[in-house]
Design a protein around this ligand. Structure first.
Ligand code: ADP
Ligand code: MG
Length: 237
């Protein structure tokens, strides 16, 4: 009812195979929702359907009560969906500052507001401020992930979608990213849909979880319900 993002019975095919078999989930403003599951179950496909990068054959998707069906990807971004794809996707030949400016270009605003927004992301990710002139491609994996999240935040999203942000990243930076997500939630408003296989990270930063298997949600609930039994039954290979 008050969900910011709502998916109902979403089905998608890739190359003649059914990949999503009726995915229903909701994310409310101010909550961190984890979408979990083994490799290949359809997590990334779900995010791509939300972003309009993959066609949906049945079901419905809405943002703030407005249907997303048929809306172009750029308009979904403009409507408030920030997407950090798996493997980040920063521009390696642009500097850190230029990468961040892309986020601003995508969502124009007065110069003073842009400066405030940049200061806000520097406060969230101090490491970026010390590397503004470096090329994105020379940053560590963790720094690139932080840059990708910062760039997405500069598009002023209502919903931030992150696809496996901890994948291949060193523990100290995973912890920093976790702290940042918690801070974003505490500051209120922003909804986060976090695709993640790292169970402890979900327990740490999530409010609710959905576990996915072969294109469908098998169990969902508060992350406090993410017991070792649930993990064994629904999330392990
Ligand atoms: N571009 C593609 N071409 C063919 N099959 C794909 C493509 N993308 C994804 N798939 C298949 O769809 C299924 C779900 O993939 P994906 O959504 O990436 O899973 P996850 O993110 O959960 O690991 C997998 O079986 C994968 O092989
Ligand atoms: Mg994936």
């Amino acid at each position: 009812m008050s969900a910011l993002l709502a998916l109902s019975g979403v089905e998608a095919d890739i190359g003649g195979s059914r990949i999503l078999r009726g995915v229903s989930l909701e994310v409310a403003g101010g909550e961190v929702v984890c979408l979990m599951g083994r490799n290949g179950v359809g997590k990334t496909t779900t995010l791509r359907c939300i972003m309009g990068l993959r066609a949906v054959r049945a079901g419905s998707l809405s943002l703030g009560g407005k249907p997303l069906g048929g809306m172009a990807t750029a308009l979904r971004a403009f409507a408030g969906i920030g997407y950090v794809p798996q493997g980040r996707d920063i521009f390696p030949h642009l500097t850190v500052e230029e990468n961040l400016r892309v986020g601003i270009l995508l969502h124009p605003r007065p110069r003073a507001a842009a400066r405030d927004d940049l200061e806000r992301v520097y406060a969230l990710f101090p490491v970026l401020k010390s590397m503004l002139a470096r090329k994105g491609g020379v940053l560590s994996g963790g720094q690139q992930q932080q840059l990708a999240i910062a760039r997405a935040l500069l598009t002023r999203p209502k919903l931030l979608m992150l696809d496996e942000p901890t994948e291949g990243i060193q523990p100290s930076i995973i912890e920093e990213i976790g702290e940042t997500l918690k801070r974003l939630r505490k500051e209120g408003g922003l909804a986060i849909l976090l695709v993640e296989q790292y169970v402890d990270f979900c327990r740490e930063v999530g409010d609710r979880f959905y576990a996915m298997d072969r294109g469908a949600i098998t169990i969902s609930g508060a992350v406090s319900g993410l017991t070792d039994d649930v993990v064994r039954q629904h999330l392990q290979v």
